[in-house]
Each structure stands twice: as structure tokens, then as C-alpha cells.
Design a binder for this molecule. Structure first.
Ligand SMILES: Nc1ncnc2c1ncn2[C@@H]1O[C@H](COP(=O)(O)OP(=O)(O)OP(=O)(O)O)[C@@H](O)[C@H]1O
Length: 267
């Protein structure tokens, strides 16, 4: 048994490279190039890097939406391949994904109660009575009023919709969450509230977060440790305060230098 929530070793993901119908070889893109990384239990590990550095590909592999080309992953001590062979239900019970665009991630034709019913029924197998109790607990956990359950996604602001998406992720009772730019679509004041909620939930429920963002200020504020990705590799990983105060890698230094809110000289 490992003490880590997630253990990643020599992970590679290559796209393309196959032959088209006309026999032409498509260009190969190595989106993830041999990453080894641990997410410790109870921590928030920030992942930063510019667009195209492979952050989302890494996230998608972790939650089973994409298969690795090679390497290994242990998620809550379960080998990735075992989760994949057990189907999406096994992934859903182990690791949950929260996306950037909360409104688009919620089915517009269903009430929030019906949306929360899906994981409660399919992943947890709860009966109607138990589901009704859990739904109340979930909206309460994300500090939304009870009548949320009867309303539709379009009735909520971006920040409220992200709280609901977080409630849906909590429904599965997985202890690991991959948060892919979860506050990037929100106003700064709303961002702070959602980040605070995420921190409270992590501490109260003993969750572990992999927190992906372009926004270094957000990552610095929420992360215990930070990993910096560049062209599919992790070039630096360390405690957040240390990494931002004395970055070791040239790429980390240039990333910090170009972030206005972290570097007053750049503004
Ligand atoms: N399905 C795919 N097919 C082909 N190439 C892909 C696919 N998904 C990602 N890529 C490529 O892999 C590389 C990494 O992309 P990825 O989306 O993981 O980066 P990212 O750091 O998450 O970027 P962003 O912050 O813009 O989301 C890019 O070059 C991208 O074009």
C-alpha cells in the first residue's frame, strides 16, 4: 500500500502516428513524455504550464477518458489498468473530474436533483430514500439552498453552477478530485469563494486534489505543492511557497516573470 493518493510512473501519451485511409502517416504528437509524479493524500498538487504542455492530457488519463501509451498509474492504490477493465463506474468511485465550464457540464434539460441522482444511482447504487438524503447533504456541503434541487442549470450563475458541479463530483464519494481550470471561467471575487469552498471540503472530507490552472496566483493560493509542466514533461516540482519564491528551472522563472499578479515588474 502506498501513502499516495495517486502515483504516476514514466507516463507517456502519444497521439497520431497511425496510417490514414490513404496510407499516409499522420503526424505524431507526444503530449506527455515520461512523467513521474505523486499526489500525496490530503494535499492539493497544482499543475501549471502553458497551453499545450500536456496538463489536460494528463488529467484525462487519470480519470480514464484517455488511455496511456505506456507507463503506470496507481489511483487510490488501484492500478489504472484494473480500473479500466472494471469500466467507468470503477473510475467514478475512485477519482472525479471537475471541468472548467460548469454550465456546459450540467445537462440543461434536467433539474439539479435529477443531475445529482445519476452518480448516486449509477455509481453508489443508492435507493430513492437514501438519494433524497444525500442530495440534501450535497447541496448543503457546497453551501447552496435546498430549493436548488428543483431548479435547472440555466437558473444559476457561473459560480453557483460550479458549486453544483462540485456537489455532483462529491456524490460519488471518491477521495481524489482532478480539478481542471475549475475557477478560470469565474470573476475574481467568485473565484475566491469557490477556492475557499474547495479548501474546506478537502479538509472536512479528507480529499486529495490535482489542481490544473494557467493562473499562477490561483495555484499558489490553493496548492501545497506545485508541478510545472513544459512540452509534456514535469520540469520542476516542489512546495508552492518555495517554488514561487525561488524557482529552479528556467521555464518556471519565465512563467513567473510573465505572470502580472505574481510579478509586479511585468505589469
Ligand atoms: N486528441 C488529441 N489528438 C491529437 N493531439 C492532441 C489531442 N489532445 C491533445 N493533443 C495535443 O497534445 C498536446 C498537449 O495538449 P493538452 O490539451 O494536454 O495541453 P494543455 O496543457 O492541457 O493545454 P490547455 O491549457 O490549452 O488545455 C498539444 O500539442 C495538443 O495539440
Amino acid at each position: 500500500m502506498s501513502d499516495n493518493a495517486v502515483q504516476i510512473r514514466d507516463l507517456v501519451k502519444t497521439f497520431g502516428g497511425g496510417r490514414s485511409l490513404f496510407g499516409r502517416k499522420s503526424n505524431e504528437v507526444q503530449a506527455v513524455k515520461g512523467i513521474s509524479l505523486d499526489l500525496r493524500r490530503g494535499e492539493t498538487l497544482g499543475i501549471v504550464g502553458e497551453s499545450g504542455s500536456g496538463k489536460s492530457t494528463l488529467a484525462r488519463m487519470l480519470v480514464g477518458l484517455e488511455a496511456p501509451t505506456s507507463g503506470s498509474m496507481l489511483i487510490d492504490n488501484k492500478p489504472w489498468a484494473d480500473l479500466a477493465s472494471s469500466g467507468s463506474r470503477a473510475f467514478g468511485r475512485t477519482i472525479q473530474y471537475v471541468f472548467q465550464d460548469p454550465v456546459a457540464s450540467l445537462n440543461p434539460r434536467k433539474t439539479i436533483g435529477q443531475i445529482l441522482d445519476v452518480p448516486l444511482k449509477l455509481l453508489c447504487g443508492h435507493d430513492a430514500t437514501r438519494r433524497a438524503i444525500r442530495k440534501r447533504e450535497l447541496v448543503d456541503a457546497v453551501q447552496m439552498p435546498l430549493d436548488t434541487l428543483e431548479r435547472y442549470p440555466h437558473e444559476f450563475s457561473g459560480g453557483q453552477a460550479q458549486r453544483i458541479a462540485i456537489a455532483r463530483a462529491l456524490a460519488a464519494e471518491a477521495s481524489i478530485m482532478v480539478l481542471d481550470e475549475p475557477v478560470s471561467a469565474l470573476d475574481v471575487s467568485v473565484q475566491a469563494q469557490v477556492l475557499l469552498l474547495l479548501q474546506q471540503l478537502r479538509d472536512d472530507l479528507g480529499l486529495s486534489y490535482l489542481f490544473i490552472s494557467h493562473d499562477l496566483a490561483v495555484v499558489e493560493s490553493i496548492s501545497d505543492r506545485v508541478a510545472v509542466m513544459y512540452l509534456g514533461e514535469v520540469v520542476e516540482v516542489g512546495p508552492a511557497a518555495q517554488l514561487f519564491a525561488s524557482p529552479q528551472h528556467d521555464y518556471t522563472r519565465s512563467l513567473i516573470a510573465s505572470a502580472p499578479r505574481l510579478n509586479p515588474d511585468a505589469a
